[in-house]
Ligand binder design. Sequence first.
Ligand code: HEC
Length: 120
Amino acid sequence: MKLQKSLIFFMTLFLLVSCTNDSDSDLNDNQVPVSITYTNSIKSIIDANCISCHGTSPTNGASISLKTYQNVKDAELNFGLILRISKAQGAAGMMPNGGTRLPQSKIDEVINWKNNGFKE
Ligand code: HEC
């Protein structure tokens, strides 16, 4: 009887310990996606691939700037930015102009950003 009681005690203890876990590391282990924002994701994609022509004063024949959050959001709403970066490599109008198509994962980030309401 005594053995049974202490067995139950230890099993309960074990259950409590195994249920208590650091939820932050659990979330990261399960790769819950961090919300995509302009600041944490989109700006670096644009800066690395587009700013050489779409700077504050656009150059090389580009007509719009992609320098700010508002610029990039407007470019999608009014100039089909996602359509441009989604075109096949070498297709007319593909962006970056005359360059290499972005990796699909980067394109998906921009699509995701739009679908989640253009978070700044
Ligand atoms: C080498 C220069 C160059 C780079 C780099 C470049 N673009 Fe462009 N972009 C242009 C030119 C030139 C045009 C105008 C011709 C056209 O519409 O195809 C243009 C047009 C656009 C347009 C249509 C609005 C407009 O300016 O007429 C969008 C949207 C756009 N680019 C997005 C992008 C994005 C996003 C990137 C980066 C992934 C990028 N571009 C990289 C040169 C560039």
